[in-house]
Design a protein around this ligand. Sequence first.
Ligand SMILES: Cc1cc2nc3c(=O)[nH]c(=O)nc-3n(C[C@H](O)[C@H](O)[C@H](O)COP(=O)(O)O)c2cc1C
Length: 349
Amino acid sequence: MYPDKVQLSLHCTLRAFAQPCCFMTLFLAPMEGLLDFALRDVLTRIGGIDCCVSEFIRVTDTVLPERAFKRVVPELLHGSRTTAGVPVRAQLLGSDPHCLADNAASLASLGPAGIDLNFGCPAKVVNRHGGGAALLQEPELVYRIVSAVRRAVPAHVPVSAKMRLGFNDDSQAEDCARAIADGGADQLVVHARTKAHGYRPPAYWERIADVRSVVSIPVVANGEIWTVDDARRCRDISGCQDLMLGRGIVADPGLALAILADDPNTLAWSDVLPMLQVFWTLICGPVIPKYRAGRLKQWLNHLRKTYPQAQEAFMQARALTDHREVQALLATWVEQAPERLPAHSISQH
Ligand SMILES: Cc1cc2nc3c(=O)[nH]c(=O)nc-3n(C[C@H](O)[C@H](O)[C@H](O)COP(=O)(O)O)c2cc1C
């Protein structure tokens, strides 16, 4: 799972080049079905991300076995860090305070970099069972969940929460944020939309400022950050120093570095291609052959928002389902790619 020093050196050079802004922490968003350990690994090698949150681990009425946590967060086997050394928090999703607390205690024994609680998932099946964004209609229950988990977890393990602005409307956003802070969370991420808004733009960054004003814990802004300019405006409007990046960095893997350098230029396609290959190597371990082609096409589908070359690659791969054919195609792209630019010129292309 943990290859290769060449790629790591790319990560290091790029990171050094970005001259990180010391007043900003960038988080990689949890994205179930998209941003798993393999993509976390690749995106954190590229650099600029300070901390990741895993996809949600769903808790119902039992204490999950250790393997259930490690399947979603294999980084737990490596000090809860990605290959590049970036910490990964594990996210729990559920609605029963006691059961969440018991699972959090068990998870804490595996040494996660933190435990995050999901108060934003819009999936019908989750909401029907009272979990995810549905909890935002019951700030009192939100409070009970956060305080039960905080009590169950040793003080050195950070407990954070991620919320939307509400379920049908945003009228209880401040109450939910207070419930999270009063429950003892160390940090709050706000995805600036309600469940009813889905993923439709815009994100209401000004409402994050309202939420910030009623709590004293650090608040991280999230939603619709696709460019360096979006990041700048989001920070201005929300008043948050720290940002969480989701679809934007999947589409543009150099986005975190670009934000830190305050430079809209991003990585060249010839720098992304080797990362596609690392991604492929990583998924070839745990992902069964029939799903591998789909995983590569899924990332290409996002990358084509940024790179015309990814659009071309996506069209070539679209009809392929056999993992051997996809692997061969990937090899031709890498072979045909122009020599990678020396690292010092990467942001000037
Ligand atoms: C495919 C997908 C899966 C997601 N899975 C999760 C999840 O497991 N936990 C969570 O808290 N948020 C999840 N989210 C929400 C994202 O973390 C993020 O809040 C949202 O995409 C807005 O940020 P963005 O506009 O930068 O993408 C998911 C979003 C998408 C698109």
